[in-house]
Design a protein around this ligand. Structure first.
Ligand code: FES
Length: 120
């Protein structure tokens, strides 16, 4: 797995996020709870952008569309299309429950590095 240098960590202060391209995919770099996470900027439900999703204190991101919730570290869904009531469940059945793609990241000498491909 190849690691790519993105930028100095100071470019994404605590409790902020930034969308960048990695390996031809848009990803969101998220700095929360003292950690950096890199996830694909595409909800696995309907491939809509996740960049405006709410970040929880438990390090999850909640899709702004039908509120599927994903663990930022593993990408595993914690909730699948719970919104809006009743209709959300019907919308959820349109696509099989899937994990959000997440990338490996690390800090080296104040720079953020990310894997060129999502974790398998
Ligand atoms: S597009 Fe994200 S939950 Fe539907």
């Amino acid at each position: 797995m190849q690691m790519i240098k993105l930028f100095p960590v100071s470019e994404v202060p605590a409790d902020s996020r930034k969308v960048v391209e990695v390996g031809g995919k848009k990803v969101i770099v998220i700095h929360t709870q003292g950690q950096f996470f890199v996830v694909e900027n595409s909800c696995p439900h309907m491939n809509l952008p996740l960049e405006k999703g709410k970040i929880s204190d438990d390090c999850t991101i909640i899709c702004p569309f039908h509120r599927s919730e994903f663990d930022l570290k593993t990408g595993h869904p914690q909730a699948w299309t719970p919104w809006p009531p009743v209709i959300g469940k019907a919308l959820g059945s349109l696509a099989k429950e899937k994990s959000l793609r997440v990338y490996t990241s690390e800090i080296r000498d104040g720079e953020l590095w990310v894997s060129s491909e999502p974790k398998k």
